[in-house]
Design a protein around this ligand. Structure first.
Ligand code: SAM
Length: 249
């Protein structure tokens, strides 16, 4: 449940739900095989050499004295990431490019918009979004330890370019998030499997039918873009192989 105390996410329940989903789609043997492959990949990614590689995303942290790197994520959260979605922070150059393209293409001023990142991890996008004059910034993260890191990062972050000071991280399931009745810029970096993403867009459709307003989606690494592309409520504004930007119709 969103916004209540932050219960630990169970590894066994996460693994079971993951397995059941795949078994329902592809059959039990395929699910068992995919589980083995995923666990083998997890073990391969746990070697010191792979750990060092993950520090490749830490430049942003050195510059801003925060902790958003995927290298400093414990084994339990990394294993949970196998069954939900692995934590990986968005590259800052790409983030600012996406926001710049949105601003240039549609000429929106950001002041009336709430920036929302569903699956916000340690909160790097929340920090980067605060360089723009959003009305407010909200992140929703499933894993309590990543959410707690985001809270700490938001507390520590100082930047001369900061323009928004109303940021929060909420610990909860993005599929249960109740969208605020405000113009929204929704950021997604593959937090959910297809069924979960469809649920999010169904929640958003209902919210839009109750309170019509402008909503833009910034979709980083749009692996499930067809969920939006096939949806008559959304129009693609622009995109590259690295991101896609959609507007509500
Ligand atoms: C690829 S990371 C993106 C992190 C962040 N948005 C960024 O761009 O820097 C995806 C995040 O989604 C989170 N996640 C997975 N399932 C979720 C769910 N049901 N609700 C909320 N967050 C979820 C993961 O824990 C992970 O932190």
């Amino acid at each position: 449940m969103i916004g209540s105390a932050t219960p630990k996410i169970s590894l066994s329940r996460s693994a079971w739900a993951w397995w059941k989903n795949i078994a329902a789609r592809d059959g039990r043997f395929a699910a068992a095989w995919q589980l083995l492959v995923a666990l083998a990949e997890f073990v391969r990614n746990s070697t010191p050499a792979r750990l060092r590689q993950r520090y490749g995303d830490a430049d942003y942290d050195w510059e801003h004295r925060v902790n958003t790197t995927s290298a400093a994520v414990g084994w339990r959260d990394r294993l949970l990431g196998v069954f939900h979605s692995p934590y990986q922070p968005t590259d800052s150059v790409l983030f600012h490019e996406m926001i710049g393209v949105l601003s240039a293409q549609v000429g929106i001023g950001f002041r009336k918009f709430t920036f929302i990142d569903l699956g916000s991890g340690k909160g790097r996008t929340l920090l980067m979004a605060s360089d723009y004059p959003f009305r407010r910034i909200v992140g929703v993260e499933l894993l309590p330890t990543l959410h707690e890191a985001a809270v700490e990062n938001l507390r520590k972050y100082r930047s001369e370019s900061q323009k928004c000071f109303a940021s929060e991280s909420i610990c909860g399931d993005a599929t249960e998030f109740a969208f605020p009745a405000e113009p929204i810029i929704l950021f997604l970096f593959n937090p959910l499997p297809e069924a979960g993403l469809r649920r999010v867009f169904e929640n958003l459709r209902q919210s839009l039918s109750e309170h019509s307003r402008e909503v833009y989606v910034l979709y980083h690494n749009p692996l499930l873009e067809h969920v939006l592309g096939q949806n008559p409520g959304w129009k693609k504004i622009c995109g590259t192989h690295r991101y896609a930007i959609y507007a509500s119709e």
